[in-house]
Write a protein that binds this ligand. Structure first.
Ligand code: ATR
Length: 270
């Protein structure tokens, strides 16, 4: 659909944003559903001015990415409870001039896991204590899973564990840790260090499901070893896709064309 005077505008704000797959995914989704909208990438370094721009231009919705996910909170009229607990917003909806912030990273993580299992009462081990770990922990807790945090720097694990009321330990104790679900939220194994893995392969057979948020490479060393150990594996693109699906649904109130979005995403990693 060609833009005209009725076209509504969506986009992503971040710095840098040139690598983002979101414009291709969301524009294909708008087309597939027949919504007269476009989604653009905005490289933003001056966040306060950008937010004034959103209000002034009536931009309908935005994805928010690094480095603005935390700072954006102070400019919003309303913030979703889970996003506030995570301390980060990745989705903004302009509701007739009132800016609402939510977080679909946790929804993407939970949906990716829920395609394989129900989460209530399950014991999940989360590797890492950064921003992604916060979203994954919040999601697991929302669904009633028991979360055990494991991180290289014990102090960071402790801080996050206290925030989300979960147990914690250092990465050096990983050999003593048991669980049903293992989620890697660290960048270990990401290209160009794809020969690395965050945990020794011997522990993987204890888990039923192993999910990696790293998506380059698509099959990380962790996932390869988990597959060989007989685990169900979930790659990082699944969470990325499902968080985008959730954003689309927040913005449009319509069911996202998941197959169209998935095809775009996977075509970039073929
Ligand atoms: P994000 O916001 O994307 O989650 P981050 O805040 O930089 O990223 O968090 C990175 C996480 O990966 C941290 O938990 C970090 O561990 P530390 O707290 O010890 O720094 C973890 N991490 C990064 N590189 C690592 C490595 N080589 N081995 C183990 N953990 C690593």
């Amino acid at each position: 659909m060609k833009p005209d005077a009725f076209t509504t505008l969506y986009g992503i704000i971040g710095h840098p944003v040139y690598h983002s797959l979101s414009p291709a995914m969301h524009n294909a989704a708008f087309d597939a559903v027949g919504i007269n909208a476009v989604y653009l990438a905005f490289d933003v370094t001056d966040l306060p001015s950008a937010v004034r721009g959103i209000r002034a231009l009536g931009i309908k919705g935005l994805s928010v990415t690094i480095p603005h996910k935390v700072e954006i909170l102070e400019f919003l009229d309303e913030v979703d409870d889970v996003a506030r607990r995570i301390g980060a917003v990745n989705t903004l909806v302009n509701r007739n001039g009132s800016l609402w912030g939510g977080n679909t990273d946790w929804i993407g993580a939970v949906k990716a896991l829920e395609e394989q299992t129900q989460l209530e009462g399950k014991r999940a081990v989360v590797l890492g204590a950064g921003g992604s770990a916060r979203a994954v922990c919040a999601g697991l807790k929302e669904r009633g899973a028991f979360v055990h945090l494991v991180n290289r720097t014990v102090e960071n694990a402790k801080k996050l564990a206290e925030r989300f009321a979960c147990s914690w330990s250092g990465l050096d104790e990983i050999k003593d840790i048991e669980g049903e679900i293992l989620v890697n939220t660290t960048s270990v194994g990401m290209e160009p260090d794809s020969h690395k893995t965050p945990v020794p392969s011997e522990i993987l057979e204890r888990f039923n499901i192993v999910m990696d948020i790293v998506y380059a490479p698509l099959k990380t060393k962790l996932l390869d070893e988990a597959e060989k150990a007989g685990c169900v594996t979930i790659n990082g693109l699944r969470m990325l896709l499902l968080q985008a699906v959730s954003q689309f649904e927040f913005w449009t109130g319509r069911k996202a064309p998941i197959n169209v979005m998935e095809k775009i995403l996977y075509s970039r990693f073929a």
